[in-house]
Design a protein around this ligand. Structure first.
Ligand code: ADP
Length: 465
């Protein structure tokens, strides 16, 4: 390049000095300055500009040493001005480029993958971090369309994401990309929109950090939690064994009694068909009840991945009451129900929610052991949340002694138990189940004495009325 510039400068000098043309040939030195701008440092460029000025002046003196005609002087001044202005602009441009390069070098220092894409989704800048994360070099990635190169899987419709980006100037979310080797990579992605001086969107900078490992750890944690939930559920069922055995035995005994009665009605000289039919109907009802209890138990004992299906909290209460009936009777605990049957369904796992209600209710029954039977009351209430249209509440209240307010923060700690054979896992598991459903579980000391556990769960948008 230095050679071309030198040859060009020499040619201009020759034409300027020896041609008879009355033109500002020296203006062409700006080409030499421009050519050199990208290849020489600041001092080099100044030296070249100085040399061009000296050459222009030298030609002028050779040509016009005897007659200083005004137009020739003007031509020479215009040429010199052009060289000076071009040099200054080149220096300024060079500084701007250098500062941009410094910034780009800084971006290379971070481990995040950073790239810039223009309004046609074409990659214009690709950081070292991006090279490392995705496997394509800067040269390979630049000029490609982002979505096609990375085979992006978006968490929401692309039009919605773009709308948010244009309205707020930024977007944040999780994406799934593919590396050059074909592996999937989950990234936390932050987009920021760059606008030109007229405010029009010109480019988007995307900063992505690899969360594949974190995702894997989260999945493993969820799996461990759901296994633990299963274990504690089976343990809770263990606490209920005596009353469940009774719960099943009672209808079976009723089936036998009614069967015998039926035979007697049939065995009469004139069989009483109506009475026999009534006995059979009672047998069927009792048989159904026993099989319902067994079905509830089997679903509680089954181990399956948490589901996200519409669940009516009132039905959850019904299921739990079926298992608790005997427990309530044997502890002489009265039941109060205030269920809003018109409340919308939530989305979740019915068995897990049964587990929460069962835990809270069993704790409540156990807490009332020390109070006189006449005061033992367990209340279930379901309703819409008056303060939040998009939520429903399930509240379970007892009339026990409550707890020391200082211990309230400990309640949900794993292994916190004041019972001699307590595991201290019930409330901790209940809270993680409710939080996994996007809800909250709040204990309060209720005014009339005893504890009130309030479970708040979100209602999915499509179920809100
Ligand atoms: P566990 O029942 O095995 O002790 P939980 O996590 O279910 O485990 O409960 C932890 C502790 O919280 C209980 O030991 C008890 O001290 C307290 N607790 C829970 N529910 C109530 C309640 N309704 N009234 C009073 N104390 C309660």
């Amino acid at each position: 390049m230095a050679l071309i510039a030198t040859v060009l400068a020499a040619a201009i000098f020759a034409v300027d000095t020896f041609s008879p043309l009355d033109m500002a040939i020296a203006v062409l030195y700006v080409v030499v300055v421009l050519l050199s701008a990208n290849y020489f440092g600041r001092t080099g460029l100044l030296a070249i500009a100085g040399l061009c000025i000296v050459l222009a002046l030298f030609s002028f003196f050779i040509m016009h040493s005897d007659d200083f005609d005004l137009s020739a002087v003007m031509r020479c001044l215009v040429s010199l001005a052009a060289i000076v202005v071009t040099t200054l602009l080149s220096l300024k441009n060079r500084e701007a480029t250098l500062s941009l390069k410094d910034q780009a070098d800084l971006l290379d220092l971070t481990h995040d993958a950073i790239f810039v894409r223009d309004d046609t989704d074409t990659i214009r800048y690709w950081s070292k971090g991006a090279e490392e994360l995705y496997g394509w070099t800067r040269a390979e990635a630049t000029g490609q369309k982002t979505a096609a190169l990375l085979r992006t899987v978006f968490p929401a419709p692309v039009a919605d994401i773009r709308a948010e980006l244009f309205n707020t100037g930024r977007w944040e979310g999780e994406l799934v990309h593919r590396r050059k080797c074909g592996d999937e990579v989950a990234v936390m992605s932050r987009w920021s929109l760059q606008r030109d001086e007229r405010g029009r969107p010109s480019a988007t900078m995307e900063t992505n950090s690899d969360i594949t490992e974190r995702r894997r750890a989260e999945d493993a944690l969820h799996k461990a939690q759901s296994e633990l939930a299963h274990v504690t559920r089976v343990t809770t069922m263990g606490e209920l064994t005596a009353s469940i055995a009774h719960e099943i035995n009672q209808p079976l005994a009723a089936v036998v009694t009614n069967g015998e009665a039926c035979l007697r009605w049939m065995g009469r000289a004139v069989p009483d068909i109506d009475e026999a039919r009534a006995s059979v109907e009672r047998m069927i009802a009792n048989g159904r009840r026993a099989s319902e209890v067994v079905a509830r138990l089997r679903s509680l004992a089954r181990r399956s991945d948490p589901q996200h299906l519409p669940v009516d909290l009132n039905e959850v209460v019904d299921d739990v009451l079926l298992l608790l009936e005997r427990e309530l009777a044997s502890h002489r605990v009265g039941l109060e129900l205030a269920l809003d049957r018109s409340m919308p369904a939530i989305s979740g796992d019915r068995v897990q929610l049964q587990q929460v209600a069962l835990n809270l209710a069993l704790n409540a029954i156990q807490a009332m052991e020390g109070v006189p039977p006449a005061r033992r009351r367990l209340s279930f209430s379901t309703r819409r949340d008056a303060d939040d249209d998009a939520a429903v509440l399930l509240e379970i209240r007892d009339r026990g002694p409550g707890i020391d307010p200082a211990n309230l923060p400990l309640l949900f700690n794993a292994f916190y138990s004041t019972k001699k054979d307590g595991m201290g896992m019930g409330l901790s598991i209940s809270r993680s189940i409710i939080e996994a459903h996007g809800g909250r579980i709040v204990p309060t000391l209720s005014e009339g004495g005893g504890m009130l556990f309030s479970v708040k769960l979100p209602v999915p948008k499509e179920a809100q009325s």
